[in-house]
Design a protein around this ligand. Structure first.
Ligand code: BV8
Length: 371
């Protein structure tokens, strides 16, 4: 029936509006149609764009046309009904709750494509508040804090790399769910069960070869370039912040890309470790340059991280359970504002000034659009 149609996306422009309507069938499938009211959007693509004094071009509409509803039987075809219009540039008024994520990802494609820098931050904020209401006020606050901060330090953990398909440690699909860390990531394991130790680290080294930094790493590297952040202290050993182009990085737990003899500490090559060769100087067993449980953190990395944290007026902690000492103490050692971005946020993190629950890459992308 006619009145079963629901507004999926409603867009305004000076003098008119475009609405994508949807109707859920008994089968649960949706059909869609477009309603364009009163004014002609036809030639918005060309000279009808009247540059206004603001940076964003506003669509001025020329002459009325009747509705041109045409139906679509899939979301992909439905969003194509809008292709004819510069819809990301129009004024978003309403997004159906069940379609928020799909509208947001369609918008991201357009922003990445032809509209990139033509949509100002005001318009993007409007879109994010309609599509991602659960994030937007916090994302907005963080973007303001980031822009106003004079010294910002980032602390990352394994949650920064799960979107690169690298398991973290303590989530349900993390490493420590199937392996007891005390049997592999400790000095005892290195001494008493080298085969298991070697197997665990070889698996991680080889697993890394298929992975690469994700959008979150890239954004942090870009923010350093722009002077928005000054340092990254990371518990991660994967080297992805470096690969993404960040420069000022402190690897609190060492690097899985460095190797040395566990006996004489002479440096060694990856292939020697992987092939279980012994140290060519003393015949000792080789190990990756990671900090095992019970080992001290690299003095310089710890000291420099602490210096940045103490100087910071903003510390952003991303993708870590904060269960491992002493890295877990760093956020408590700043007088600046503290922000926690994590897939799981619970009351133990109550002492942060701002907590945003969600995926690091997604949240950093939202903040990046506003800075
Ligand atoms: C030391 C090897 C001095 C490298 C690692 C009792 C109380 C307090 C402390 C201790 C204690 N007993 C022993 C200690 C000290 C011990 C410790 O802290 N133990 C803990 C577990 C109780 N610490 C040490 O031994 C440290 N050294 O203290 O030196 C000293 C010396 C001698 C004796 C005493 C003291 C050495 C710590 C380094 C240990 N090495 N691994 C490697 O193989 O990688 S620890 C291991 O955990 C990794 O290095 C990892 O980086 C680190 C921290 O884990 P996280 O990064 O936080 O990862 P986790 O999975 O836990 O969390 C990820 C989070 O991300 C999750 O919350 C998840 O929800 C979220 N997430 C997932 N995906 C996303 C996401 N969030 C956002 N977006 C996503 N997409």
């Amino acid at each position: 029936m006619e009145n079963d149609w629901q507004t999926i996306l409603s867009l305004g422009a000076e003098g008119g509006s475009i609405t994508l309507l949807g109707k859920e069938q008994h089968s649960g499938e949706w059909v869609f149609k477009k309603a364009v009211n009163e004014m002609n959007f036809d030639d918005l693509e060309d000279e009808s764009f009247q540059p206004t004094k603001s940076t964003e071009k506003v669509c001025t509409l020329k002459s009325p046309i009747s509705n041109r509803g045409n139906e679509a039987t899939s979301w992909e075809k439905a969003i194509k009904l809008l292709d004819h219009y510069p819809w990301p540039m129009l004024n978003p008024r309403e997004v159906h709750p069940a379609f928020r994520k799909r509208v947001w990802s369609a918008l991201q494609k357009e922003v990445k494509g032809k509209y990139g820098d033509r949509i100002n931050s005001y318009r993007l904020k409007k879109w994010s508040s309609l599509c991602l209401p659960e994030y937007s006020p916090k994302v907005d606050t963080l973007s303001k804090w980031l822009q106003n901060s004079t010294h910002t330090t980032i602390l990352t953990g394994a949650g920064m790399s799960t979107e690169s398909n690298i398991p973290d440690f303590r989530s349900k699909e993390g490493w420590w769910n199937n392996i007891d860390p005390r049997t592999v990531a400790t000095t005892d394991a290195l001494r008493d069960d080298y085969d298991l130790f070697h197997e665990f680290y070889s698996m991680r080294i080889n697993g890394l070869k298929q992975c690469k930094p994700n959008i979150g790493h890239d954004i942090l590297a870009d923010w350093e370039q722009k002077g928005l952040i000054q340092a990254i202290a990371t518990q991660n050993v994967d080297g992805f912040h470096t690969l993404a182009g960040s420069k000022n990085i402190y690897e609190l737990h060492g690097s899985i890309h460095k190797f040395r003899c566990g006996n004489c500490a002479m440096s060694a090559e990856e292939e020697d470790f992987l092939s279980e060769s012994n140290c060519k100087y003393c015949g000792g067993k080789l190990r990756p340059g990671v900090v095992l449980f019970g080992e001290m953190l690299p003095e310089e990395s710890w000291r420099d991280s602490l210096t940045h944290i103490q100087k910071s007026d903003l510390v952003i902690v991303i993708g870590t359970s904060l269960e491992v000492y002493p890295a877990s103490q760093l956020p408590k050692m700043t007088n600046g504002k503290t922000v926690y971005i994590n897939a799981e946020v619970d009351t133990t993190h109550h002492n942060f000034d701002l907590m945003i629950e969600g995926k690091a890459g997604e949240i950093l992308k939202l903040v990046d659009e506003l800075v």
